[in-house]
Design a protein around this ligand. Structure first.
Ligand SMILES: C[S@@+](CC[C@H](N)C(=O)[O-])C[C@H]1O[C@@H](n2cnc3c(N)ncnc32)[C@H](O)[C@@H]1O
Length: 268
């Protein structure tokens, strides 16, 4: 297969990636056949999966607006994904064009495409780094000169922590980030959960382990709440994705009691 222009050299087009599968679910065009067919197979198991993706993106934008309203002027978006409609820098710059946004992802397609769309934007950039190595990630973020770690940061960990396995200690990674950001910082987290639809969560978990091999961990509520240890939860706490400060009917992509994601925002 010819490598499309958007795909950086060395990308394995024979194996699905979480970033490209998510892009396929959102109707994006930066994905390969293997990603599309894995996303389609997952949709056959749980047909309302695209609503979940939309619900998660809507939470992300509301969290960015909320944090910007609280005075946050720099965002570190970890596991930022492939740019799609309504990106973090767009939501933030609608409030204040001087807000700085650093996108961080492990996936080369996500980083390359982010850099392409940010070309010439002096307030936003993208780097490749691994959440499982928070010290290296923070050092790389500081090296860009875009984020000033002596000032409050809005940490975005949206739909990424469920891609870390239990042995990779996701809550400890959040704690390491918390220790490195200044008081006044916030963390916005969303996470796939088994709390509300255990059968669908189990089906998708199996699919991700055995079919697409992207390894998604649907966690229960206590495990997700544990990620906020040391953060003061802002109202309404850890809730279903659409229930986190909905701004209009359009935010209610999933019905009450039907979301596959929990979300919350913590203050340091
Ligand atoms: C489902 S996407 C979420 C994108 C965006 N945050 C959102 O919620 O719309 C998860 C992203 O996390 C990235 N990711 C997975 N493991 C990672 C890691 N260890 N470090 C950094 N990024 C990671 C994937 O490449 C993917 O782009």
């Amino acid at each position: 297969m010819d490598r499309p222009a958007w795909a950086p050299e060395g990308v394995d087009a024979s194996r699905a990636s979480p970033a490209r599968m998510y892009d396929a679910l959102l109707g994006g065009s930066h994905n390969f056949e293997v990603d599309r067919s894995a996303a389609e197979a997952a949709k056959r198991l749980v047909p309302d999966l695209p609503r979940l993706a939309l619900s998660n993106r809507a939470f992300l934008r509301r969290a960015v607006r909320y944090l910007s309203d609280q005075g946050i002027r720099q965002f570190l978006d970890i596991g930022s994904g492939i740019p799609t409609a309504g990106n973090v820098h767009e939501a933030a710059h609608a409030i204040d064009p001087r807000i700085r946004v650093l996108y961080v992802d492990i996936d080369p397609v996500a980083v390359t495409h982010s850099r392409t769309i940010l070309d010439g934007n002096e307030h936003a950039d993208a780097i490749r780094a691994d959440l499982r190595k928070p010290d290296e990630l923070l050092a790389a973020a500081a090296d860009t000169g875009l984020i000033d770690f002596t000032r409050p940061v809005g940490l975005l960990l949206v739909a990424v922590l469920h891609l870390l396995q239990d042995e990779e200690q996701p809550a400890e990674k959040v704690a390491a980030l918390r220790e490195s950001v200044s008081p006044g910082s916030y963390a916005a987290i969303s996470h796939l959960t088994s709390a509300l639809r255990p059968d669908d969560a189990a089906r998708l978990g199996d699919h991700s382990a055995n079919r697409s091999r992207v390894g998604i961990r649907f966690r229960d509520r206590p495990a997700i709440e544990a990620m906020f240890t040391g953060w003061e939860l802002v109202e309404p706490g850890v809730v279903e994705l659409p229930q986190w400060r909905p701004e209009s009917e359009r935010d209610l992509h999933e019905s009450p009691g039907r979301s596959l994601g929990l979300a919350g925002v913590g203050y340091r």
